[in-house]
Design a protein around this ligand. Sequence first.
Ligand SMILES: Cc1ncc(COP(=O)(O)O)c(C=O)c1O
Length: 381
Amino acid sequence: MSAPAAKAPFLPWNRPSIGKEEEAAVLGVLRSGWLTAGPNAAAFEQAVRDALGQQDAFAVSSCTAALHLALLAAGLRPDDEVITPSFTFCAAPNAILRSGGVPVFAEIDPATLNLDPQAAAEAITARTRAIVVMHYGGQPCDLAAFRRLADDHGLLLIEDAAHALHAWRDGQRAGSVGDLAVFSFYANKVITTGEGGMLVGRADLVQRARLLGRHGIDSSVWQRHGTRSTADYEVTVPGLKYTMPDITAAIGLKQWEKLPDFTAARTAIAAAYDKALAGLPGLTLPTVLDGVEHGRFLYPVLIDPVPGRDRDRVATTLREAGIGTSVHFQPVHRLATYRHTPHHLPITEHTAARQLSLPCYPAMTAHDVQRVIDALHALWS
Ligand SMILES: Cc1ncc(COP(=O)(O)O)c(C=O)c1O
């Protein structure tokens, strides 16, 4: 009698790729005697700043921290409005509210699922102070159009580039165009430090953010550890504590070196999905615009509901087949904190009800990719 076929292990929606290099780097920091923000954080900041051609960079504890600091540095006055998509993660709208501002949700472009510059323009009022764009799934939004819009109206442009550390549009790199831009190194992101983030941008704004992210103290503990007396510090604003420890930054530096290879792996998986899933009725695959080098953080599909098959049923059936998926995103204006905000966002609502993110990450094998493809074909047969 033959043994029953072994069940394939669960394929999660995402899994980080951490190697011996990261392990060795962490051990090095642990043995160095310096655990908190120090030389590794400074080196990570310099690497990202130089790659983006931005004036300054501040490594922080999360992208949410970077967003909070960006909006505090923007110096919002009570009831200042900040235009942002609702089709995003709650981090930016929450940070806008926590910084004293009012999020104003504008509609997305139905092809790229990025904030629509025309819709953003129509949302501008006398109280608007900033626009927070988000590069959905790794495809940069219309950077040139948003830069123009911000300049024409004297607004700050902040890029939420949590999905787009390695993405370009018309030769401009995501994160290099805004007055400020933020990145995430959360466990599921294109590179990860477990938790972590980076704020980059104009020197005056990043310097203010750095001050606010270090208790309002005008020097780092690393600087004070050297020749300066530790008692020699001043608190000039009531700041918070958002710095990135060197343990984290050491992982980040190793992941940063791997970013081009990670993106190539994600791109190959996306190409395999594009080829194998094209033509399934009612399944819309991601649109990539000409002139875009996509970061491929997400592979988001849209599923038109038909009797017996809608987005949630597909997710459940894939889970039963041992395949994880995710949803990006529940529209923020539908979440309890935001339900009272005025909105008319039919494209966002129609998109969000049909969106599903397939697994797309460097740790996947060719066999994993084929499993996802076969499971989807089975669902459509
Ligand atoms: C678009 C976007 N912005 C911000 C964040 C927050 O990132 P973090 O978890 O590093 O704070 C996320 C997290 O998933 C995100 O998707």
